[in-house]
Design a protein around this ligand. Structure first.
Ligand SMILES: Nc1ncnc2c1ncn2[C@@H]1O[C@H](COP(=O)(O)OP(=O)(O)OP(=O)(O)O)[C@@H](O)[C@H]1O
Ligand SMILES: [K+]
Ligand SMILES: [Mg+2]
Length: 752
């Protein structure tokens, strides 16, 4: 059947007649390029900017609220006592407030453009929903063979199970519960290379709107229609869920305090002025106040935050909170899991090494039986490898593959878990006994063999360990050999229990070599992270030798091997207790606790739903080195905010020295020495300062949206450089700007 893309069904309507024979799905290219600050963008943002003038919204930014109050006040004064000066000041105060709301509206409208391109990927499709009771759907096997009913994708709910075949669009977010398929995710990620999604492992998640290219998969829906991944992404870029980060709140408090201080300063100025016989009008006092309070950063603060989120989305990263983006800017340590994050995660059986005295066919048979019910990709790959090898070497007479009755009849499955690092099966024997087969990490299987009294490292009466037996030594050597080649060794062992219940000691059968490949270009990328002052640590459940080999190949700084999910969590807590900010990249359900605990938890989009829900960011490209960009964006956000705050405050100080001498020079001629700028008149000085104050906001909007330039270097060095640059700039620019504006303003009749 071809893909089924249909128009959105109206409420309660049945499927349109052409639903099943819809047109083939063409991926919708997503446009995530940053948009330039065009005139069209400004025009489209203007209505929103006016709506944001509502004092109830304005109150969120106390500095700008004060400016708005001042604008209202001067407008009233200008109406009561009409005059050019009061009129001009009132108009420019309104312009100042409008520039602030415009900056925010422009930042938001860039997100809206992205949201609409994302909406285009939301297809309404036909879903082939598997019929059955909730229990059958939850625990049943061979769901792909059950009867299905065609329903609109918009009616799917959590727990529903659907079948998706090649050429069809995945109808909703979910986990693959049966099968393997290559999937085209370009509609969501913009990346055209197909990806593998399969049941059982760490690559189970599929996203609604992507297309299955080959094979057939059974998917259990994990998000109700309307609350999918893409829905969340849209809400995010539209800023509808945006909340102030703790840093933003703190900065707002600082700005509000400064505002109160200046309010006091301006209020006490008047008695002084009256005393010295140069009483100032209310318009002058309001204008002076607006010039002194930190309006520049007050106006741009929210736009800076929105633009930071926006830059992440452009790089296919979804941040669930602004706080995570800020934390990313200060990250000290990055933890990465190995399989699927540093390697491609396609661990496949590539070799069997039998223990001495064990025929190859016996090991092959045991490995296959121990994996028949193992739903992990590793387990399936062992079954495939043995069956393929048997076909080849025995031309239709597979040795070790006994395809008679169901070999698992009456068997008890021992499922793989990341804490036991072992899996297997207990098979009933015809004589009433049981054959226990286990495979797993060497340490885990050795411990199991030892627990059965198996002769691994027989301990002498005095308690000193003797040399391993022949089989154990050979298996150890094979494990070491596989590990040194960067592979994952799985040790296979067997225990017989006879009909009377007597348990024989277990014995080692051999080793399965699972091969995986390190992703390309990691060394350079990790070196870049080092230059940023970030330490990389690989945390893996694999053995120390494999871990070290892969760590060296990938170029990480440190490695933690044989880590259980609890160990990963403990490591993060330890780092955090040392005052370090920790980022974690992972994809597996066993990474979920660590992803939740990390300050920045980046889940691979390819990973499990549990991982994605635990983290506070998702990388659609499933690229662990994406953290470099995430950190850069976080740093850029922090530096931009710091730089503009510095600029804003020094700028205000400079204005103070520009205006005050001009205001009082009539009363105190001695101030003439300070009046370095020789502004035309005190009125023209004040108008020029107000105009400059407003124009500086617009002039800095592009910088706020784009972010200050960032090059990898330590945060302290960057901060120092920017404090000088923007601090000095803030001091100098007003003198030049106000002087230039004064020249023009002085030409206006009525302001002389
Ligand atoms: N299906 C399986 N059956 C038995 N043992 C397995 C199976 N899959 C993996 N193992 C063993 O368990 C170990 C840990 O498992 P897993 O790979 O899930 O850990 P992890 O912490 O996610 O580490 P990473 O993903 O970085 O390799 C593996 O290194 C391997 O030795
Ligand atoms: K100001
Ligand atoms: Mg893993």
């Amino acid at each position: 059947m071809s893909a089924s893309v249909v128009t959105p069904p109206s409420a309660g309507a049945d499927l349109p007649p052409d639903a099943a024979s819809g047109t083939p799905h063409a991926p919708v290219p997503t446009d995530r390029r940053p948009r330039a600050l065009s005139a069209a963008l400004l025009r489209s943002a203007l209505p929103a900017a006016f709506r944001k003038l509502d004092p109830r919204d304005m109150w969120q930014t106390p500095v700008m609220f004060v400016v708005e109050v001042g604008a209202v006040l001067t407008t009233v004064l200008a109406v009561v006592h009409p005059g050019v000066f009061a009129g001009v000041v009132a108009v420019w105060l309104w312009v100042t407030v409008l520039f602030a709301t415009l900056a925010e509206a422009v930042a938001e409208s860039r997100g809206r453009a992205q949201a609409s391109s994302l909406r285009a990927t939301q297809q309404h499709t036909v879903a082939h929903r598997v019929l059955g009771t909730p229990d059958e759907l939850r625990y049943g096997s061979r769901l792909a063979d059950r009867p299905t009913a065609d329903v609109p994708s918009s009616t799917l709910d959590v727990g529903d199970v659907v079948v998706v075949a090649a050429g069809e669009v995945v109808p909703g977010d979910g986990d693959v519960v049966e099968g393997v398929a290559s999937v085209d995710e370009s509609a969501i990620t913009g990346e055209s290379a197909p990806v593998i999604r399969e049941s059982g492992g760490d690559r189970t998640a599929v996203t609604g709107g992507t297309t299955v290219l080959s094979d057939r998969i059974v998917v259990r829906i994990t998000a109700p229609a309307g609350r999918t991944f893409v829905d969340r992404m849209i809400a995010l870029v539209e800023g509808s869920q945006r909340q102030k980060t703790p840093n933003e709140v703190a900065l707002n408090v600082l700005l509000a305090s400064l505002t109160i201080v200046f309010l006091g300063a301006v209020a006490t100025l008047q008695p002084l002025a009256i005393y010295s016989g140069s009483r100032q009008s209310l318009v002058v006092l309001v204008a002076l106040l607006v010039c002194l309070i930190p309006t520049t950063i007050g106006a741009l603060l929210s736009a800076i935050g929105i633009a930071g989120m926006d830059r992440l989305v452009q790089r296919n990263v979804l941040a669930m909170s602004g706080r995570a983006v800020e934390a990313a800017g200060d990250v000290d340590v990055l933890l990465l899991d190995k399989t699927g994050t540093i390697t491609y995660g396609n661990r496949r059986a590539s070799e069997l090494i039998a223990a001495p005295g064990v025929p190859d066919a016996e090991l092959a048979d045991a490995a296959r039986l121990a994996s028949l019910a193992d739903e992990t990709p590793e387990g399936r790959s062992i079954v495939e490898f043995v069956e393929r090898g048997a076909d080849r070497s025995h031309a239709g007479q597979p040795a070790g593959v006994d395809d008679g009755d169901d070999p698992l009849l009456g068997a008890t499955l021992v499922a793989f878990s990341a804490s036991t690092r072992m899996s297997g099966v207990d098979l009933p024997l015809s004589d009433g006994g049981v054959r226990r087969l286990r495979k797993g990490a060497a340490a885990a299987v050795h411990a199991w063999v030892r627990s059965t009294g198996g002769e691994l490292q027989p301990t002498s009466a005095r308690g000193a360990a003797a040399a391993p037996t022949g089989a154990a030594a050979a298996v150890d050597a094979a494990v070491a050999d596989v590990s040194e080649r960067g592979g994952t060794p799985l040790v296979v062992a067997e225990q017989q229990v006879d009909a009377t219940g007597y348990e024989q000691p277990a014995r080692l059968l051999g080793v399965v070599h699972l091969k995986d490949v390190v992703k390309e270009g990691l060394v350079e990328r990790f070196a870049e992270l080092r230059a940023m002052g970030i330490r990389t640590v690989m945390v893996t459940g694999d053995n120390p030798v494999t871990a070290r080999v892969i760590a060296a190949e990938a170029g990480v700084d440190d490695v933690l091997a044989e880590a259980t999910p609890e160990d990963k969590l403990a490591l993060i807590r330890r780092e955090q207790a040392g005052g370090r900010l920790v980022a974690m990249c992972g994809d597996g359900t066993n990474d979920a606790p660590a992803l939740a605990q990390a300050d920045v938890g980046v889940a691979m989009a390819s990973g499990t739903t549990a991982a994605k829900e635990a983290g506070n960011m998702v990388d659609l490209d499933s690229d662990p080195t994406k953290l470099i960009e995430i950190v850069a964006i976080g740093k850029q956000l922090l530096i931009t905010r710091g730089a503009l705050t510095t600029f804003s405050i020094t700028n205000d100080v400079a204005k103070y020295f520009a205006i005050l001498p001009a205001m009082f020079v009539a009363a105190f001629p001695q101030l003439g020495v300070l009046n370095v700028m020789h502004l035309h008149s005190s009125q023209s000085a004040i108008v020029s300062a107000v105009v400059f104050n407003a124009l500086v906001i617009v002039a800095l909007v592009p910088l706020a949206l784009r972010g200050v330039r960032y090059r990898p270097s330590s945060a302290a060095a960057l901060l120092r450089r920017n404090l000088w640059l923007y601090g000095l700039g803030g001091l100098v620019v007003p003198f030049l700007g106000i002087k230039a504006i004064d020249v023009i303003v002085s030409l206006v009749p009525g302001l002389r």
